[in-house]
Design a protein around this ligand. Sequence first.
Ligand code: C5P
Length: 223
Amino acid sequence: GEGIVIAIDGPSGSGKSSTAKGVARARELRYLDTGAMYRAMTWWMIQHQVDVADAAAVAARSAEPVITMGTDPEAPTVRVDGTDVARAIRTDEVTGRVSTVSAVPEVRERLVALQRDIIAEARRDAAGIVVEGRDITTVVAPEAPVRLYLTASAQARAVRRSKENRTSDVAATEAALALRDRLDSSRALSPLTQAEDSLELDSSGLSLDEVVALVVKLADEAA
Ligand code: C5P
């Protein structure tokens, strides 16, 4: 049969990546971090001195970078033109510009097509795939049998992200997350929004293991 698709959307720092990876490991599924693809595109634009505020310039060059994703949840990889950019795409410079790049229609068109190819391959060759991002439940895989909107309070998200980034400035982290969420939720094309028929899961009071266990149960019921 065909592999299952588990789609997870939500704002920055809601725990999507840890949850998606945990579920993929638990059920031996592939794992796709679509945010890493928008970050990789942004990294390439910066490397090539493209002014990311110039949407026409970004659009004109959006077909150039070759972005390759490794979907093993134990060791996910992201490459641009063969270069491993796993660390390079997590800098403040990339994080500060990614929402601008991801709002460009040509960028989304290209990356969504790539994401659908990766999903189709996983459904053919593996037990399935867990895909996380902002528009997976609404645009990339609206037909997925498990569709989740993962949230957490602004405070809980900022505390988590501060720990990941090893910074003690939770207030500044919360402000940066709020700005990115506002940009991602207000763009014209495929904004971050909860699909009507997706399940909202607030992880504020839950441990990662509890959230993973919940999603695994939903996946088992859907399979
Ligand atoms: O998930 P992460 O925070 O790494 O995503 C980085 C950025 O990529 C988001 O802030 C958003 O602008 C963009 N993104 C998107 N659509 C997705 C995933 C990420 O626009 N499916």
